[in-house]
Design a protein. Structure first.
Length: 569
């Protein structure tokens, strides 16, 4: 996004201003600033052109040192906040954000401050910006929108852990329609609040207090029967989490997983409930944490981890069975932006939106050709409807790279590459598109990158039913391998009828044998016998395809046989 220069016309300034919005989240543990684009062509992935955080804890500021007595927000803290706001106003002017395009939202710490009005008035006097003070219900609603923005679709319980309070609810989001409890419950057990109480109160008594509070809270949120039945079928609820306290816990979990391939992105990270509760119990019982540094966990956040462990350990004594825990970076700031988007934008698949700017001229024709090799009835929907289209969009991004670098760069496309910053991609999605695109370039990797690719495969296989996830990985690799040939025959990002005589045919229905549950089918590659454009290099790729698919099928329940059919004009 380009900045405005003094020579820009008023019309240009208005155009840029309409696409940008500044949001400030005045939280309990810090103040977060951002400028994001809400232009319709990419609003779903919430591209952020500026992001900053000021580590001013309004919660800590309202308590005298070593005391449990609450005081007003000190004048020096208010002055510091106003200075940060004035700096952000200058930054907004640099980016061309109009005065009406800034939204400031404040939560628990501001709401409960004894001099809340004076604090908000000071911000208005220094910037001209009104502070939107969220009540508990609105805070929970906007927080849920932030979580919904972080995933393609979701359904389960929802937990937000801030500095001063925590919210419990349920959430569903399908096709951009978000449903949450009409009775979300906010409890005074934020990470900073509990850390303060642990200095003066008995841990065991506090544990039982939290346990009782969560038992009553769960009865109030009125979980829909559909979610209950889904949880019974799947072996437990999905839990979606947000807030700094739980993000800190997530980063602590990431630091404990050896060779985890996506250690720098918390958004979209998932883990089993057993891992989640085990680290919480560890934090609860340990008097002193290990001295090793934890990536993206500050000293203040680190000091709050035992309190987070206490909350989680106590709360889940009262909550129903949880199967998987999902971590989200989305909070009030992201929720405030996502809530402004129309439903048709919220319903878009973030992977497709992220990859769409890089699509070749006729990406849909590449997809049509790829899908002729994908039996619709048996290929997992995630691969057919999400990975395959995104793969076709990204198929030529690395064309200008040296041949030796192409598979490696493609492998990292969603972790450190061109779509890594896209909001709404789970770790599984990031892994799958990297695996597919790597194989589209032949998949020839040095030893260290081959290990990274294997760790991405392992990440996917851990994320749910093992057999189902293995099938998803298999078909993802298969798609990439087929695209290796398609892009070799049609290397220009353009498929013109009658120029290349190349096709892939699914030869009949799958043959499924019940005794070994192996799915077998044939794919026939048709090429012209005399077409110069399907001569040596193309035939070589087809031979490579046969070898790669044979290797891929070895030991798998999916058995694919690649045949070649030559024909004359």
């Amino acid at each position: 996004m380009s900045h405005l220069s003094p020579n820009d016309t008023e019309d240009e300034a208005e155009l840029v201003g309409r696409a940008l919005i500044g949001i400030v989240d005045i939280g309990s543990n810090g103040i977060r600033f951002s400028i994001s684009s809400k232009a319709s062509h990419h609003a779903r992935i919430m591209p952020c052109v500026f992001k900053d955080r000021v580590g001013i804890s309004l919660f800590d500021a309202q308590y005298a040192s070593n005391s449990n007595e609450k005081i007003p927000i000190p004048k020096e803290t208010i002055t510091e906040v106003c200075a940060a706001m004035k700096r952000f106003k200058l930054i907004c002017e640099d980016f061309g954000v109009p005065e009406s395009g800034v939204r400031i939202v404040a939560t628990e710490a501001t709401r409960e401050a004894t001099n809340s009005q004076d604090f908000r008035d000071a911000i208005y006097d220094s910037t001209g910006w009104e502070v939107e003070l969220l009540n508990k219900e609105d805070e929970g609603r906007i927080g849920s929108y932030g979580v919904a923005s972080s995933f393609d679709s979701l359904g389960g319980l929802f937990m937000d852990l801030g500095g001063g309070s925590t919210q419990i609810s349920w959430i569903q989001c399908q096709n951009g329609e978000i449903k949450i409890s009409s009775n979300p419950v906010s409890l005074p057990y934020g990470a900073a609040a509990l850390t303060k109480r642990l200095q003066f109160e008995d841990k065991k008594e506090l544990f039982f207090e939290i346990q009782t509070a969560y038992k009553e809270a769960f009865e109030k949120i009125d979980v829909p029967q559909s979610l209950i039945e889904e949880a019974e079928q799947n072996g437990g609820f999905d839990l979606y989490t947000c807030g700094g306290g739980l993000r800190g816990l997530g980063y602590a979990l990431l630091s404990d997983i050896k060779q985890y391939p996506i250690p720098t992105i918390i958004n979209g990270f998932s883990c089993s409930f057993s891992d989640f509760i085990n680290i919480s119990n560890f934090l609860l019982l340990k008097q002193n944490l290990p001295q090793k540094e934890i990536f993206k966990v500050s000293e203040r956040r680190r000091a709050q981890l035992p309190a987070v462990g206490l909350l989680v350990s106590a709360a889940f004594e009262s909550l129903p069975k949880i199967k998987t825990v999902h971590f989200s970076e989305g909070g009030v700031r992201e929720g405030a932006l996502y809530s402004m988007l129309p439903r048709e934008i919220r319903s878009q698949d973030p992977l497709i939106i992220a990859s769409r700017p890089y699509a070749p001229l006729l990406a849909n024709k590449y997809l049509e050709l790829l899908r002729t090799a994908l039996p619709e009835k048996y290929v997992p929907r995630e691969v057919r409807e999400r990975i395959a289209p995104a793969l076709c969009n990204l198929a030529f991004v690395h064309s200008s790279y040296p041949k030796e670098l192409q598979p490696t760069a493609a492998l990292h496309v969603a972790t450190t590459g061109i779509i890594a910053g896209s909001h709404g991609l789970s770790h599984r999605t990031r892994a799958l598109i990297g695996i597919a695109l790597c194989d589209r370039w032949g998949g020839d990797l040095p030893e260290s990158e081959e290990a990274h690719k294997n760790s991405l495969c392992d990440l996917v296989k851990r994320d749910g039913d093992k057999i189902a996830m293995e099938r998803i990985v298999w078909w993802t690799k298969y798609c990439g391998t087929i695209m290796y040939v398609i892009c070799g025959v049609h290397p220009g990002g353009n498929i013109r009828d009658g120029v290349f005589n190349f096709n892939i045919i699914n030869n009949g229905d799958l043959e499924v044998k019940d005794e070994d549950e192996k799915r077998k089918f044939d794919v026939i590659v048709q090429i012209s016998n005399d077409d110069i454009k399907t001569s040596a290099s193309v035939r070589g790729r087809i031979l490579t395809l046969q070898k790669k698919v044979r290797k891929l099928s070895r030991g798998s329940s999916e058995k694919v046989k690649i045949g070649v059919e030559l024909y004359d004009h």
